[in-house]
Structure formats: C-alpha cells, structure tokens
Write a protein that binds this ligand. Sequence first.
Ligand SMILES: Cc1cc2nc3c(=O)[nH]c(=O)nc-3n(C[C@H](O)[C@H](O)[C@H](O)COP(=O)(O)OP(=O)(O)OC[C@H]3O[C@@H](n4cnc5c(N)ncnc54)[C@H](O)[C@@H]3O)c2cc1C
Length: 385
Amino acid sequence: MALFTDTAAWVSTEHRLYADGVQRFMEQSMAPNIESWCDQGVVDRDFWFQAGEAGIMGASVPEAYGGAGADLSFEAITIYTQAYLADINWGYGIQSIVMHYLVAYGTEDQKRRWLPKLVSGELVSAIAMTEPGCGSDLKAVASTAKRDGDSYVINGSKTFITNGQTAELICVVVKTDLAAGSKGTSLIFVETDQAQGFQRGRNLKKLGMKGNDTSELFFEDVRVPVDNLLGGIEGQGFYQLMNQLVWERSMIGITALGAMDCGLQQTIEYVRQRKAFGQPIMAFQNTRFKLAEMKTKVEVTRSFINDCIAKLIDGSIDPATASMAKYWGSQVQNEVLDECVQLHGGYGYMMEYPITRLFADARVQKIYGGTNEIMKELIARSLDV
Ligand SMILES: Cc1cc2nc3c(=O)[nH]c(=O)nc-3n(C[C@H](O)[C@H](O)[C@H](O)COP(=O)(O)OP(=O)(O)OC[C@H]3O[C@@H](n4cnc5c(N)ncnc54)[C@H](O)[C@@H]3O)c2cc1C
C-alpha cells in the first residue's frame, strides 16, 4: 500500500523513490525491533542515529541546517511508512514538530545550535505542554519561567511527555507573565545535560504505544540562558503553538491511514486462511461486507489526506482542515481496527497477533494532539463566521 492516491498531483518520482528508501530502512531496522521496544518501554537510542544516518529525519529542514531542503510531503511519507509497518513507538513525529518550531521561529543561533543535531539523531527532543492539572486547556499552564539576569528560572511539572526518558532537548511551555493569560505563554528550550533541578519522573505504563517512553518531567529552579527562548521574544508561545499544530494534527491523520492499511492487509490475509464451517472466513457475506466497508472508509480517508498534503505543501492548510484530518483519521482508524480484531476472533485478542497491538495503539490517536472533542470545537468555530 502507499500513502499516495494514483491521481495525487503532488506526487513526483522523487516521492516514490524516497518512499521506497524509507520503507526499506524501516523494514530492516525498525520492524524487527518493535516487540523488544515494547518490552523495554523505550526505543533503542541507537535507532535515532541509524535513522539520521539513513537520511530519514528532517527531510523538510533547510539544507543550511543539515536537512534535505524538501517540503512536508516527504515527512508525510516517513510518518505514513512508520504506521504502515505497525509502529507508533518511535517518537519521530515529535522530533519533526520541534524541528518545525525551530525552522519557523528560531533565531539564527538556535537553528544552527540544534537543527543539525536533531536531523542527525545526536539530539532527541520532546515537547512539554501537558501538566497534571491541564491538557486541553493550554491557557491554564501553570509552569513558570522567571527572568533573572541572563537566565530564565523554570519551575513546574509536566506529564504524558512523549520521548520523556530519552529527550536531551525539551521545548517547555511556560508562563513568562502569569497575569497576561495566553499572551504570557512562551516556549523555552531546556538542554537536559546542563539542567540542574531537572528530573525525569516515571516512564508511564500505558494501554498501547508501549515502546514509547511517555513520562513525567519535573523542573525545580532550572536555570537556562535567555538565548533558549524560542524566537527571542516573550509571550509568543501560544501563537507559535497554534500555528504549528496544523502539522501535528495532519500527522495524526497520516498515521491513522498507515495503521489502517496495515490492519486491513493483515485481516485480509487472516480471513483467507482461517476456516469455520468448512470454508474460509473470507467466504461469509458478513466478512466480505465488513471488508468492503473498511476499504471504502480507508480510501475516502486517503483522498482527504492527499488533499491535506497538497495544502501542507503550498501552505494553504487551515486549522479546521487539519483538525478534520486528525478527528476523521483517528475516529475511522479506531472503527476499522475494531472490526479487524473482530474478524480475527479470539486470536484478535492475543498479543502474538499484530492486529491486537495495532488496536491498542490506535486508542490514543483520539486523545493526544488535542482530543477529538477539541477538534470538533475548532471545526465548529470555523463554521460560525
Ligand atoms: C500517549 C500520550 C502521549 C502524549 N504526548 C504528549 C506530549 O508529547 N506532549 C504533551 O504536551 N502532551 C502529550 N500528551 C497529552 C495529551 O495531549 C493530552 O492528554 C490531551 O491534550 C488531553 O488533555 P488531558 O489529558 O488533560 O484531558 P482533559 O483536558 O482533562 O480532558 C478530559 C476530557 O474532557 C474533554 N474536554 C476538555 N475540554 C473540553 C471542551 N472544551 N469541550 C468538550 N470536551 C472537553 C476532553 O475531550 C476529554 O474527553 C500525550 C498523551 C498521551 C496519552
């Protein structure tokens, strides 16, 4: 299967070649390790270096900062292929978002310091927005950064942070002005090897996505240079977050498509060989109708996602459309993978069958990146003009 529709105008020979290369790399270096990553609760640190060496990361980062200077459609291929090969653990999506914050808003010094290392895998990154007391309502962030001479002093705690045990560069959402509401929000980078007072909490036990080190983080009087403020101007954080969320939300829709392609393919193979009442499960009309329904949902999603990618390339994607990609993709992914499990019967509940992990991994897609309820709010707001 492929991310592309046959008629998508944005697809070039370079895209097809790149997709083949990414798939080859992931089949060799990622797929055989997924189970051990899930057992150990974290992706091998070395895999990040391998991905960097293979040129898989930072396709859309400008060449001057170590990237390939292409556009987001190449990143979309990476995100799709990872999901198509049944992985949700490698936190590259987050790394990609961090790179795009830097490309869009970073000072020249910040771009030069961090982008080449993020592209090569020398640095793993995280984004710390969510706190124990607030997730959907980001305006309520309580972590603070107080200016003290040439430093900011950060205090607060974060939770559910993807790549939390591994990250060496963390983009932390803080209030630099508590009285200014969302206008007092800023994004500040913490380099963990230089951060006294920074502590990683538990690697959280989860329903799915078990191979990612989703964690708590604690900041107690953590001092960072003022140069680590993204873009160098206080109070821009909310605006920076909102502008980049279109990529994060589109990515969740792309992941959904890859996971559905994977689950559907596995289910078709299973119902062909499994027999009941003297015939393959595939021969029952219910099975054929369920597969037909699923295939239709997947192809409708593929068309919409291809449309979103075209808009990501020319920069015309708007927050409501990206929210639709996230909401629709993750909703349909959960419906489709639930049916896939059902067609596997009892084996669909056994971890030795990949469909079981795909099903468990799918659930979080409706929650992170802004819940689907928040997506519907954003879509509805675009109608209320
Ligand atoms: C595996 C995983 C990885 C994550 N990775 C990261 C990460 O890397 N960085 C990060 O910062 N965060 C991360 N998160 C956090 C995630 O983004 C939040 O969990 C999510 O935004 C929801 O916030 P919350 O958990 O506080 O839920 P709440 O905001 O408490 O919401 C609870 C329920 O209330 C609903 N609700 C809230 N407000 C409204 C409203 N206005 N209208 C209707 N319904 C509403 C929600 O939709 C939800 O159903 C991750 C979460 C998970 C599970």
